[in-house]
Design a protein around this ligand. Structure first.
Ligand code: IDC
Length: 512
């Protein structure tokens, strides 16, 4: 009898220990979440792809199937105590979002100061809840960034990010989220014949295609080409491209809309737009972004302005890292646009790091140019240059030969890059190297910080005098000096008060 009681006591003890273990495990999850470290691509050797869970490195993978499932199955967002959050409740790291009856943990991340404190929360990730401590988390999906307000994130923002990420965002959704924003259609509700591989492909298509007007830049100037160091129009006259670049399309796709492009043409006087598609999967590149680029090209065509399709390498400093995706991307683009008069290809935004012209960039460019020329025989192609597209003087010693209509990228940020960089541009021009400023800012090279109007004016005078084309970074309302918009969620029709200091300066410069 005593023996039996002893056995029962032992069994109960074992059950209690197991139960305690399970309970501890579920609490441990919250602790893990609190332990998450935050990184941004501008710090810590650009390790944007890495977060740490419980001090273990976790890598992000993108699984398209799962991303699509978010579309139909996202049901609710709960806090750590299982309380369903309302539309206007704030989201914080550690809350849950339920997708396909599985809980994901919400993780906010943003820029990190050198002392480890966090500023400028701009992105959200959801991380599968059921990871175990010892293995790599195999499903971390980052939903697109873009908060209205830097420190407030609510359920509406989540819905918006999901839609942005899926490429579902129509223009209206950027300014107004429908009340039933979380009631996504279920699989059964889907229209027959909708292509599941391309979620939302149709939803963001231009609805109406206004015929090109008589006096648009593209109607007047037609297909552009390169003659010496100049861009010339269809009549052989010198032509200067002056426009704006989008911010990363994965973060700010809402500005890619017909009204905005037409508005900027009419009210600001731009004749081109640059579509900046970051190429590094670790900072948000997915194939679904191609749809936004394609929409952008159509909007530009409808508005009769030129469009630069920018393969925006940055954290992936060597263009050869994502070369196969680049080839695939430009094959798709050239197949679509070989007959368009308004399309320009920029094949590697800013090579940087341990990357050399002869060894790395030139061979990449030669291969990409061959690929592009196989399909599109004459569109202008712009090639990035070493050191974040500054070393045009090095390239001038050994330009690419055997192809027409090739230009080289020069980028400057006026508060950082001054006379010494203009000297490089002089050197290039005197060696007959055609250069194109596909991106510049009037602040410092971080895209933020002080603005240097005097230096910016010196640069613009230099570019205009030498008929060098330029595009201003960036069309977004991000809280940084290089954003053209400020304190507004509007995606077109901005008033002067809704422009940043750079935006106001730009408008003056565009009038000249
Ligand atoms: C910056 C953006 C900033 C973002 C950062 C990293 O302004 O919001 O956090 O990229 O993605 C470049 C790059 C361009 C940079 C810009 C400013 O081409 O992507 O944008 N810059 O740092 N080259 C020099 C400066």
């Amino acid at each position: 009898m005593k023996k039996r009681i002893a056995i029962i006591v032992v069994i109960i003890a074992i059950i209690l220990i197991c139960a305690l273990f399970v309970i501890r495990k579920s609490f441990a999850l919250d602790n893990n979440v609190k332990d998450i470290k935050y990184y941004d691509n501008l710090i810590e050797n650009q390790k944007v792809a890495t977060i740490l869970l419980n001090e273990k490195t976790v890598s992000r993978k993108t699984n398209k199937k799962e991303i699509m499932e978010y579309d139909s199955k996202i049901k609710n967002v709960k806090d750590a105590n299982n309380k369903t959050l309302e539309d206007t409740d704030l989201i914080k790291t550690g809350d849950y979002i339920t997708v396909n009856n599985e809980d994901y943990i919400v993780v906010l991340y943003g820029d990190v100061n050198k002392d480890g404190s966090i500023c400028d929360i701009e992105d959200i990730m959801i991380v599968k809840n059921n990871y175990s401590d010892n293995r790599e988390v195999d499903s971390i999906e980052r939903l697109a960034a873009n908060l209205v307000n830097d420190d407030v994130l609510d359920t509406q923002d989540i819905a918006r990010m999901i839609k942005i990420y899926l490429g579902l965002l129509g223009e209206d959704l950027t300014t107004k989220i429908p009340e039933n924003y979380l009631d996504f259609e279920t699989e059964g509700d889907k229209e027959p014949g909708k292509d599941d591989e391309n979620p939302g492909e149709d939803d963001n298509k231009p609805e109406e295609k206004p015929g090109p007007q008589e006096d648009t830049p593209v109607v007047k100037h037609g297909k552009l080409s390169v003659n010496g160091t100049n861009i010339v129009d269809k009549n052989g006259e010198n032509f200067q491209i002056r426009g704006v670049s989008t911010h990363g399309l994965q973060w700010y796709p809402q500005y890619v809309n017909q009204e905005a492009f037409t508005y900027m043409r009419d009210e600001w006087g731009i004749n081109a737009i640059r579509l900046a598609m970051y190429s590094d999967p670790n900072v948000g590149y997915t194939k679904s972004l191609h749809e936004i680029v394609k929409n952008g090209v159509e909007y530009a065509k409808n508005a009769g302005i030129y469009v630069i399709i920018d393969w925006h390498i940055l954290s992936d400093g060597n263009p050869n890292i994502n070369k196969s995706s680049a080839i695939e991307f430009f094959r798709e683009m050239t197949s679509n646009y070989k007959d368009y008069d308004n399309v320009i290809y920029e094949i590697c935004n800013e090579p940087n790091g341990d990357v050399q012209w002869e060894r790395d960039i030139k061979p990449y460019a030669q291969d990409l140019i061959k690929e592009i020329r196989n399909i599109d025989t004459d569109a202008i192609i712009v090639v990035g240059t070493p050191t974040w597209s500054q070393d045009v003087d090095i390239v001038a010693k050994s330009p690419i030969t055997g192809f027409d209509n090739i230009m080289y990228t020069l980028h400057f940020y006026a508060a950082t890059h001054k006379e010494y960089l203009r000297q490089k541009a002089y050197t290039a021009l005197t060696s007959s190297l055609p250069i194109f400023v596909t991106e510049f800012g009037i602040c410092d090279a971080s895209g933020n910080g002080v603005i240097d109007i005097n230096e910016a004016n010196t640069w613009i005078d230099f570019l205009n005098e030498n008929n060098i084309s330029w595009m201003c970074w960036n069309l977004s309302n991000k809280n940084e000096s290089s954003s053209i918009l400020k304190n507004t969620d509007k995606t077109t029709g901005w008033t002067k008060e809704e422009l940043s200091e750079e935006g106001k300066w730009l408008l003056e410069v565009l009038k000249k």
